[in-house]
Design a binder for this molecule. Structure first.
Ligand SMILES: [Zn+2]
Ligand SMILES: [Zn+2]
Length: 240
């Protein structure tokens, strides 16, 4: 056994990682979900988009609201649903938001990279940014999960990641109705960057109504980019 693998195994054992869904102890090499929960998750996420009939991770359908906010494509891996069979996917997102676990980030990046590769030509040429987390949430959890995900995905494609936006939202989006979410999602540009002619991919963990991604897209567009794609692990809105 190589020293690196030995170290990895020791670190893995010390960290005592648990399945994000059923909380059973993971075996070495498993990321985020145990075998049983992964297999339920595989069945669940193989559902098709009701608009284009493709599996969700091969579909890039946007919706009317997001198209009106310059988001031409929406890449997603699965659907966020308040149902038992959806709990593996849901807990993956909860853990990504709170736990700062490398195996969870890896599992999420695996899913998102695959879905992006299915729908975007030459992702290496795209610029990756993220929908920013509220400052008070970053302080509370110590991480901006969408920033970590965007950075990891960009790294794997050999593409550029820019921490371009920051949030000045006062309230958590989940506490609000759709119309109020759009008002509450207040972001600002932190860097003076020219994106003329660039294709931009805006990464978020979940697109619930599209209000946050829509606001982010409008700001990014003001920097001259030619094409905006949103990429999230899950969508919570209805297709049609
Ligand atoms: Zn499990
Ligand atoms: Zn579709």
């Amino acid at each position: 056994m190589k020293i690196k693998e030995l170290m990895d195994r020791v670190l893995f054992a010390l960290s005592v990682p648990k399945c994000t869904c059923c909380k059973s102890k993971l075996d070495y090499g498993q990321k985020a979900l145990c075998l049983k929960c992964s297999s339920v998750f595989e069945d669940f996420k193989s559902r098709n988009c009701s608009l284009c009939a493709k599996p969700l991770d091969k579909c890039s359908c946007s919706n009317e609201f997001l198209r009106a906010h310059y988001v031409r494509r929406v890449i997603k891996c699965y659907r966020y649903l308040d149902r038992k069979e959806a709990s593996a996917g849901n807990t993956l997102i909860y853990s990504l938001k709170r736990d700062n676990r490398q195996d969870v980030l890896d599992a999420c990046a695996d899913l998102l990279c695959k879905a992006i590769s299915n729908s975007v030509d030459n992702p290496a040429d795209c610029v990756f940014i993220n929908v920013p987390r509220r400052k008070s949430a970053i302080v509370k959890y110590g991480i901006d999960q969408s920033a970590l995900l965007a950075k990891e995905v960009a790294k794997r494609f050999g593409a550029r990641y820019i921490p371009l936006l920051a949030s000045k939202a006062k309230l958590a989006q989940k506490s609000l109705e759709t119309a109020d979410r759009f008002k509450n999602a207040q972001f600002y540009i932190t860097k003076n960057i020219d994106l003329t002619g660039k294709r931009v991919i805006i990464v978020d963990d979940i697109i619930t109504t599209g209000a946050s991604v829509g606001k982010a897209a409008a700001l990014v567009r003001s920097l001259g980019c030619k094409d905006i794609t949103a990429a999230a692990l899950a969508i919570a809105y209805k297709d049609s």
